[in-house]
Design a protein around this ligand. Sequence first.
Ligand code: UTP
Length: 290
Amino acid sequence: MNEVRKVVIPVAGWGTRSLPATKNIPKEMLPIYNKPVIQYVVEEAQRARIRDVIFVTNRDKSVIEDHFDYNLQLEGVLERAGKLDKLEEIRKVAEMVNIMSVRQKRQLGLGHAVLCAEELVQDAPFAVMVGDDLMFGGVPAIGQLIEVAMAEKVSVVGVVEVPWEKVNRYGIIDGEETSPGVYRVRGMVEKPSRENAPSRLAIVGRYVLTPNIFTYLKQVKPGHGGEIQLTDAMQSLSQHHGMMAVRMMGMRFDAGDWAEFLTANIYFALQDEELRYDLLALLKNFVQFT
Ligand code: UTP
């Protein structure tokens, strides 16, 4: 299998769970401590040595591409003010990766968003990272998947263990563990009841896919809400070409869920030595009174 050089990051959804915050701001641009959500996702890709990022966007999301570009006016202001550490910080963001983008003109689901990137992906295996799913740990989550994809020469899906009472919210895999945390996928079930779930290994926003996925995405019939589900196409891909799953190490936050979004904010703010003491003092005070 060729090296994985490109990642597709779909960011064209409406973000309805996060309204009214996302009325005019993409949910991927909401900050987690001092960086927008999408920067954490792109940093993970960069750490896995991916250089080309394909954003699947809509008409209101160009601010996401701008974030990864130079802002010469702001750079001038910072330079004249002698704020050189800030200057370096914002320049670094512009230099992280190459950016390409394609419009998803109608929001027909995650599967459809990935299909929109077909022309830009061309004929090589590629990564998909969901633009509001944050993964943190020593080894970048997408890098864990790429390693297995290269070794096994098949598509790989990232999974995390969820509590049994939450299996009905996710696509769940049925798999045979071939080495610790690595599974050969036998099948997958979308949002099963607890009784029918083959495991509690849930598919969450990280994938490495072979270009065969596009053939199956074109065959998928729209499901709930007219959406083309990525899981439906992956089901066929796994049956015809094989698929592995990797239990990703590290923490995960769904930025579209307020409790997880706020927890992620506190988690990252606490990593900042300068802020930690003040934040803990304020939080302690506040928690005592609730
Ligand atoms: P979600 O279902 O979490 O995102 O899709 P959403 O639709 O924006 O959010 P809610 O549920 O209404 O709050 C997962 C990812 O897929 C992208 C979203 O931007 C998000 O990053 N997506 C979803 C698309 O790019 N296009 C779509 O048609 C749907």
